[in-house]
Design a binder for this molecule. Structure first.
Ligand SMILES: [Fe+2]
Ligand SMILES: [Fe+2]
Length: 263
């Protein structure tokens, strides 16, 4: 079983990149399933039902969110209706949507869970460690293949989650920072790990936004409008090979696909 997990999709350039690469990977037999982080797909802020449908039509089989999950009011009701989107599992009770979703694949059920880190994060969330521990004790036997999207700022919190879940899930893959890390690995217990998948969108930017606006904010502290950048569009993520019978990860490959050259 081959899964392409795509790092944070930013705006229109990111959506285009995801669709092109997902279509090509599936056509070439390089990916059976594509999972994508979509927390920034609506001009950097959240998701709408229309954009979610665009991503599904473009080849995504499941989407995960993050701290931008509630940025678009319109999408709140959609989270309860669409079973292919996961928001963080450790959000407080009463939030719309689900933190653990299950999709059917040709090799059996695949569970996708998102967890939100709490270090340096501007989001209200319960302890991700206790939350996933309790979830696995209750539901861990329902599917062999379990992918965890650890959405967090601090590398330490992500690495700690990788260690905590070692041997208990198929993969722990980080999102949120938009900067890809080079620490992809398979542990002795068969869990794939990578601290951050990176960003799918315009890389001639500051994590997806136009450089000038961000620099003005840093230099003056004045409010500026953060527009989505346009140049040097890339897809970042990871390609996993999984033994679907055991749920163990066999291989992880860091992915960078360049869709438009730097200007
Ligand atoms: Fe993001
Ligand atoms: Fe985020």
């Amino acid at each position: 079983m081959k899964i392409l997990m795509v790092g944070d999709i930013v705006g229109g350039p990111g959506r285009m990149a995801m669709a092109r690469v997902a279509t090509r990977y599936k056509a070439e037999g390089r990916a059976d399933i594509v999972i994508a982080n979509a927390e920034n797909c609506a001009a950097g802020r959240g998701i709408t039902s229309t954009l979610a449908e665009e991503l599904f039509a473009g080849g995504a089989d499941a989407l995960t969110m993050g701290d931008h999950v509630w940025d678009q009011k319109e999408s709140m009701a959609y989270f309860d209706k669409e079973p292919r989107i996961a928001r963080a599992l450790n959000l407080p009770p009463g939030c719309p949507g689900k933190g653990a979703i299950r999709i059917q694949t040709k090799e059996g059920p695949l569970t996708i869970i998102q967890l939100m880190g709490r270090t340096f994060m501007n989001a209200t969330a319960d302890c991700p460690f206790r939350t996933i521990d309790e979830w696995l004790q209750r539901n861990g036997s329902q599917s062999k293949m379990i992918i965890v999207d650890m959405h967090a700022e601090a590398t330490s919190e992500k690495v700690a989650m990788g260690k905590f879940l070692d041997g208990r899930v198929t993969a722990v893959l980080g999102t949120h920072t938009h900067i890809q890390t080079a620490d992809e690995a398979i542990t002795a217990k068969g869990t794939a790990y990578m601290t951050d998948l990176g960003m799918t969108g315009p890389c001639d930017s500051v994590i997806g936004r136009t450089t000038d606006a961000i620099l003005t904010r840093f230099l003056t502290g004045m409010p500026t409008k953060f527009e989505i950048a346009s140049g040097d569009v890339r897809l970042h993520g990871a390609l996993l090979s999984i033994d679907s019978a055991t749920g163990k990860a066999l291989k992880i490959k860091r992915v960078e696909e360049i869709l438009s050259k730097p200007s």
